[in-house]
Write a protein that binds this ligand. Structure first.
Ligand SMILES: CC(C)(COP(=O)(O)OP(=O)(O)OC[C@H]1O[C@@H](n2cnc3c(N)ncnc32)[C@H](O)[C@@H]1O)[C@@H](O)C(=O)NCCC(=O)NCCS
Ligand SMILES: Nc1ncnc2c1ncn2[C@@H]1O[C@H](COP(=O)(O)OP(=O)(O)OP(=O)(O)O)[C@@H](O)[C@H]1O
Length: 229
C-alpha cells in the first residue's frame, strides 16, 4: 500500500488538492474530520478536553464551542500544546482506523491529508510527501476571505504552525498554489502521474493483495514440506 502524505499550511489549498485526488478515485483520509469526530460530545477526547479546559468551552447542547476553543488555543501556545497533547492519541488512532478500513477494502494508493503531518511526526508513515505551498501574503488573504476572520486572528493561526518554507524543504513533491486554480490543476496532473506509478515491492507487500500472496506462499510452502518424506 502506498500512503501519500498531503500537507501544507492553513488555507494553503490542501482540501482543494484532496478534492482533486478524490475526483480521480483516490481515497483520502482527512485528519481535520477525524479531529472533529474525536471532539464530539461524550467521546474520550471530549471528556479529556472538558476536564482540562472547563465547561466554559461548551455550547448549550454540550458540544464544544469550536470558535471559542480556537480563540483560546490559537492565542496561547501553552494551551495549544495542551490541546494537541490531549487529542493526539485519539487522532492517531482515528487515522489508523481509517487507513485500516481502506486496506481491508483493498485500496493500494491512499492519501493522508494531515495539516500537522510534520509537527505530529506522522511524516515517517507516508511516502511520498506532497506539500501544498503558497506565499504568506496569498495564504493570509485566502484564510481571511474563507473564514471571514480579522488579520490578527488569521496571523495567529498561521503562526501556530511550522513555517511553510520549512515544510516545503522537507517535501518530496511541492505544489505551488500561489497562482490560479487552473495552474493548480495543471500541477496536479503531474503529481497524479507520479503517485500512481506502479507500487514498489515493499508497497505491494504492505497492500492487502501482497499480504494475501505472502500468506498463500507460506501455506503452499508448509504443505509441500509436510508432503515431502
Ligand atoms: C481548535 C479547534 C477546536 C478549532 O476548530 P475550527 O473548526 O476553528 O478549525 P478546524 O478544526 O477546521 O481547523 C482548521 C485548520 O486549523 C489548523 N489547526 C487545527 N488545529 C491546529 C493546531 N492544534 N495547531 C496548529 N494548527 C491547527 C489546521 O490547518 C486546520 O486545517 C480545532 O482546530 C481542534 O480541535 N484542533 C486540535 C486538533 C488538531 O490538531 N487538528 C488538526 C488535525 S492534524
Ligand atoms: N489556486 C487558488 N486560487 C484561488 N483560491 C484558492 C486556490 N486554492 C484554494 N483556494 C481557496 O483558498 C481557500 C483555502 O483553501 P483550502 O480550504 O483548500 O485550504 P486548506 O489547506 O485545506 O485549509 P485548512 O488547513 O484550513 O483545512 C479556500 O477558500 C479555497 O477555495
Amino acid at each position: 500500500m502506498r500512503i501519500v502524505g498531503l500537507t501544507g499550511g492553513i488555507a494553503s489549498g490542501k482540501s482543494t488538492v484532496s478534492n482533486l485526488f478524490k475526483a480521480h478515485g483516490i481515497p483520502v483520509v482527512d485528519a481535520d474530520i477525524v479531529a472533529r469526530n474525536v471532539l464530539k460530545k461524550g467521546t474520550g477526547g471530549w471528556k479529556k478536553v472538558v476536564a482540562a479546559f472547563g465547561e466554559d468551552i461548551l455550547l448549550e447542547n454540550g458540544e464544544v464551542d469550536r470558535a471559542k476553543l480556537g480563540q483560546i488555543v490559537f492565542s496561547d501556545p501553552g494551551r495549544r500544546q495542551l490541546l494537541n497533547r490531549l487529542l493526539a492519541p485519539f487522532i492517531s488512532r482515528g487515522i489508523l482506523m481509517e487507513v485500516l478500513k481502506l486496506w481491508i477494502k483493498g485500496c493500494s494508493i491512499i492519501v493522508l491529508d494531515v495539516p500537522l503531518l510534520f509537527e505530529a511526526k506522522m511524516d515517517k508513515w507516508t511516502k511520498p510527501i506532497v506539500v501544498v505551498w503558497v506565499d504568506r501574503k496569498t495564504q493570509l488573504q485566502r484564510l481571511m476571505i474563507r473564514d471571514g476572520s480579522m488579520e490578527e486572528d488569521a496571523k495567529s493561526r498561521i503562526n501556530a504552525q511550522m513555517s511553510l518554507d520549512l515544510k516545503r524543504s522537507q517535501a518530496d513533491i511541492v505544489i505551488d498554489n500561489t497562482g490560479s486554480l487552473e495552474a493548480l490543476q495543471e500541477q496536479f496532473q503531474k503529481v497524479l502521474t507520479q503517485i500512481t506509478r506502479p507500487l514498489t515491492w515493499t508497497e505491494f507487500m504492505l497492500s492487502r493483495k501482497g499480504a494475501f500472496m505472502a500468506l498463500f506462499s507460506i501455506f503452499v510452502g508448509v504443505a509441500i514440506c509436510k508432503r515431502s518424506p
